[in-house]
Write a protein that binds this ligand. Sequence first.
Ligand code: HEM
Length: 89
Amino acid sequence: AETANGAKIFNANCASCHIGGGNILIEHKTLKKEALSKYLANYDSDSIQAIIYQVQNGKNAMPAFKDKLSAQEILEVAAYVFQKAEQGW
Ligand code: HEM
Protein backbone atom coordinates (compact mmCIF):
# COMPACT_ATOMS: atom_id res chain seq x y z
CA ALA A 1 0.00 0.00 0.00
CA GLU A 2 1.02 3.58 -0.55
CA THR A 3 1.69 4.42 3.09
CA ALA A 4 3.73 1.24 3.70
CA ASN A 5 6.09 2.31 0.96
CA GLY A 6 5.94 5.87 2.29
CA ALA A 7 7.13 4.61 5.67
CA LYS A 8 10.12 2.90 4.07
CA ILE A 9 11.01 6.03 2.10
CA PHE A 10 10.67 8.13 5.27
CA ASN A 11 12.88 5.81 7.29
CA ALA A 12 15.56 5.79 4.60
CA ASN A 13 15.60 9.52 3.76
CA CYS A 14 13.95 11.60 6.46
CA ALA A 15 14.20 9.87 9.84
CA SER A 16 17.83 10.94 10.28
CA CYS A 17 16.54 14.47 10.97
CA HIS A 18 12.83 13.84 11.58
CA ILE A 19 12.74 10.73 13.77
CA GLY A 20 9.34 10.34 15.39
CA GLY A 21 8.08 13.38 13.48
CA GLY A 22 10.55 15.67 15.24
CA ASN A 23 13.33 17.90 13.94
CA ILE A 24 16.83 17.42 15.33
CA LEU A 25 18.17 20.62 13.72
CA ILE A 26 15.39 23.16 14.29
CA GLU A 27 13.54 21.91 17.32
CA HIS A 28 10.22 23.66 16.79
CA LYS A 29 9.89 22.88 13.05
CA THR A 30 8.57 19.39 13.57
CA LEU A 31 6.27 17.32 11.36
CA LYS A 32 3.47 17.51 13.91
CA LYS A 33 0.18 18.92 12.71
CA GLU A 34 0.40 22.14 14.74
CA ALA A 35 3.96 22.89 13.54
CA LEU A 36 3.14 22.15 9.90
CA SER A 37 0.14 24.43 10.13
CA LYS A 38 2.25 27.18 11.69
CA TYR A 39 5.50 26.98 9.69
CA LEU A 40 4.89 25.22 6.37
CA ALA A 41 3.52 27.51 3.66
CA ASN A 42 0.12 26.50 2.29
CA TYR A 43 -0.23 23.54 4.65
CA ASP A 44 -3.72 24.48 5.72
CA SER A 45 -5.05 24.89 2.18
CA ASP A 46 -3.20 22.08 0.37
CA SER A 47 -1.41 19.84 2.88
CA ILE A 48 0.11 17.11 0.72
CA GLN A 49 1.12 19.54 -2.00
CA ALA A 50 2.82 21.75 0.61
CA ILE A 51 4.85 18.78 1.88
CA ILE A 52 5.71 17.74 -1.68
CA TYR A 53 7.04 21.24 -2.39
CA GLN A 54 9.29 21.22 0.68
CA VAL A 55 10.64 17.74 -0.14
CA GLN A 56 11.29 18.60 -3.79
CA ASN A 57 13.05 21.86 -3.06
CA GLY A 58 14.34 21.60 0.50
CA LYS A 59 14.70 24.69 2.67
CA ASN A 60 17.73 26.09 4.51
CA ALA A 61 19.41 23.11 6.22
CA MET A 62 16.98 20.61 4.69
CA PRO A 63 18.28 19.17 1.41
CA ALA A 64 16.22 18.99 -1.81
CA PHE A 65 15.09 15.53 -2.85
CA LYS A 66 13.92 16.15 -6.41
CA ASP A 67 17.07 14.59 -7.89
CA LYS A 68 17.16 11.79 -5.35
CA LEU A 69 13.58 10.53 -5.15
CA SER A 70 11.10 10.00 -8.00
CA ALA A 71 7.90 12.04 -8.20
CA GLN A 72 6.02 8.90 -7.13
CA GLU A 73 8.30 8.38 -4.11
CA ILE A 74 7.90 12.04 -3.08
CA LEU A 75 4.12 11.69 -3.32
CA GLU A 76 4.22 8.53 -1.20
CA VAL A 77 6.42 10.02 1.50
CA ALA A 78 4.31 13.20 1.59
CA ALA A 79 1.12 11.14 2.00
CA TYR A 80 2.82 9.23 4.81
CA VAL A 81 3.89 12.41 6.63
CA PHE A 82 0.38 13.83 6.28
CA GLN A 83 -1.20 10.66 7.66
CA LYS A 84 1.21 10.50 10.59
CA ALA A 85 0.62 14.19 11.38
CA GLU A 86 -3.13 13.59 11.40
CA GLN A 87 -2.59 10.62 13.74
CA GLY A 88 -0.26 12.58 16.05
CA TRP A 89 2.78 10.42 15.18
C1 HEM B 1 11.50 20.96 7.63
C2 HEM B 1 9.81 16.93 5.52
C3 HEM B 1 14.35 15.24 5.19
C4 HEM B 1 15.89 18.93 7.89
C5 HEM B 1 10.64 20.01 7.07
C6 HEM B 1 9.24 20.19 6.87
C7 HEM B 1 8.77 19.07 6.26
C8 HEM B 1 9.88 18.18 6.09
C9 HEM B 1 7.32 18.77 5.83
C10 HEM B 1 8.44 21.42 7.31
C11 HEM B 1 8.25 21.31 8.83
C12 HEM B 1 7.93 22.60 9.53
O1 HEM B 1 8.22 23.68 8.98
O2 HEM B 1 7.41 22.51 10.69
C13 HEM B 1 10.89 16.12 5.24
C14 HEM B 1 10.82 14.86 4.53
C15 HEM B 1 12.09 14.43 4.37
C16 HEM B 1 12.96 15.36 5.06
C17 HEM B 1 9.52 14.20 4.07
C18 HEM B 1 12.60 13.24 3.59
C19 HEM B 1 12.20 13.05 2.28
C20 HEM B 1 15.15 16.04 5.97
C21 HEM B 1 16.55 15.80 6.27
C22 HEM B 1 16.98 16.84 7.04
C23 HEM B 1 15.85 17.75 7.20
C24 HEM B 1 17.33 14.57 5.83
C25 HEM B 1 18.33 17.10 7.66
C26 HEM B 1 19.48 16.91 6.95
C27 HEM B 1 14.86 19.85 7.99
C28 HEM B 1 15.00 21.18 8.54
C29 HEM B 1 13.73 21.78 8.42
C30 HEM B 1 12.84 20.78 7.84
C31 HEM B 1 16.26 21.80 9.09
C32 HEM B 1 13.36 23.21 8.77
C33 HEM B 1 13.64 24.08 7.52
C34 HEM B 1 13.45 25.56 7.79
O3 HEM B 1 12.29 26.00 7.79
O4 HEM B 1 14.46 26.26 7.97
N1 HEM B 1 11.01 18.78 6.60
N2 HEM B 1 12.19 16.38 5.55
N3 HEM B 1 14.75 17.23 6.55
N4 HEM B 1 13.57 19.65 7.57
FE1 HEM B 1 12.88 18.01 6.55
